[in-house]
Design a protein around this ligand. Structure first.
Ligand code: DC
Length: 216
C-alpha cells in the first residue's frame, strides 16, 4: 500500500501555522490536523473534571482514563469527547493558560503522539504543532518550521483580539523536558515576518510539489 504523505508544520506561537496548514491542505486536498487543538481538548477536559492541572500525576490520570474518539470530518481531524467537540471552549483564556501545563506531562505527550500517528488512517496529512517533525513523524521528508519576529507575532495575536505573553509561551514550549519546540533536522525554515499567508503557503507548496515531482 502507498504510504500517506505527511507534511509537518512546526513553529512558534502566532507564526502562521494554522493559516498556512489550512491553505496547504486545501490546495493539495490533504487532511488538516491541528495538534494544538488536541492538547487544548485535553486541557479543557481536565478543567471540566476539576483535575489540578499543576499536578502532573492528576493530569496523567485524566489522560489515562478519558476515551475521546478520533474523527475526520470536512477534511479536518478532531477529538470528540462523548461525541462533542468543544470548539469554543478550547479557545478561552482559561484553557489557553492551562494547556502548556497539560502539554508538558510525559504521559500526555506519549498518548498524543500515538493518536496523531493514527491519523494516517485518514490519508495524506498536513499536521501542525510543535513537535511534529522532531517527534511525531520524524521520518517524513516534508518538514517546515515557521517563525516571525516577536513584535510581528504579538501584532497578529492582538489583531485577533488576544493579548498574550508570547515570549513566555515560547519559552515554556521550548524549554520543557519532553519533545520541546525546536527546528526539526532537515526542515525548511521560513521567517514570514514580512510575508503574507499567500506568500508563505506558496513557498511551502512549491517545496512540496518540487519534492513530489522529483520522486516520480
Ligand atoms: O498551537 P496552539 O496554541 O493551539 O497550541 C496549544 C498548546 O499546546 C501550546 O502551548 C503548545 C502545545 N502544543 C504542543 O506542545 N505540541 C504540539 N504538537 C501542539 C501544541
Amino acid at each position: 500500500m502507498k504510504q500517506p504523505i505527511i507534511i509537518a508544520l512546526d513553529g512558534t506561537s502566532a507564526s502562521g501555522k494554522s493559516t498556512n496548514a489550512k491553505l496547504v491542505a486545501k490546495a493539495l486536498n490533504y487532511v488538516y490536523v491541528d495538534t494544538g487543538a488536541m492538547y487544548r481538548t485535553l486541557a479543557w477536559y481536565c478543567l471540566k473534571q476539576k483535575a489540578d492541572i499543576h499536578d502532573p500525576r492528576a493530569v496523567a490520570r485524566v489522560c489515562r482514563t478519558w476515551k475521546p474518539s478520533l474523527v475526520c470530518a470536512d477534511g479536518q481531524v478532531r477529538l470528540l469527547v462523548e461525541g462533542y467537540y468543544p470548539e469554543r471552549e478550547i479557545r478561552t483564556a482559561e484553557t489557553s493558560a492551562a494547556v502548556p501545563h497539560v502539554a508538558a506531562v510525559p504521559q500526555v505527550r506519549e498518548w498524543m503522539k500515538k493518536k496523531q500517528r493514527e491519523c494516517v488512517q485518514f490519508g495524506n496529512l498536513v499536521m501542525e504543532g510543535r513537535d511534529i517533525g522532531t517527534n511525531v513523524f520524524p521520518e517524513t521528508e516534508f518538514k517546515f518550521y515557521l517563525d516571525a519576529s516577536l513584535e510581528e507575532r504579538s501584532k497578529r495575536r492582538a489583531a485577533e483580539g488576544i493579548q498574550e505573553n508570547l515570549a513566555a509561551r515560547d519559552q515554556r514550549d521550548s524549554q520543557r523536558a519532553v519533545a520541546p519546540l525546536m527546528i526539526p533536522l532537515g526542515a525548511m525554515v521560513i521567517n514570514n515576518s514580512r510575508m503574507s499567508a499567500a506568500e508563505t503557503s506558496r513557498l511551502i507548496l512549491e517545496a512540496v510539489r518540487g519534492r513530489l515531482g522529483a520522486k516520480q
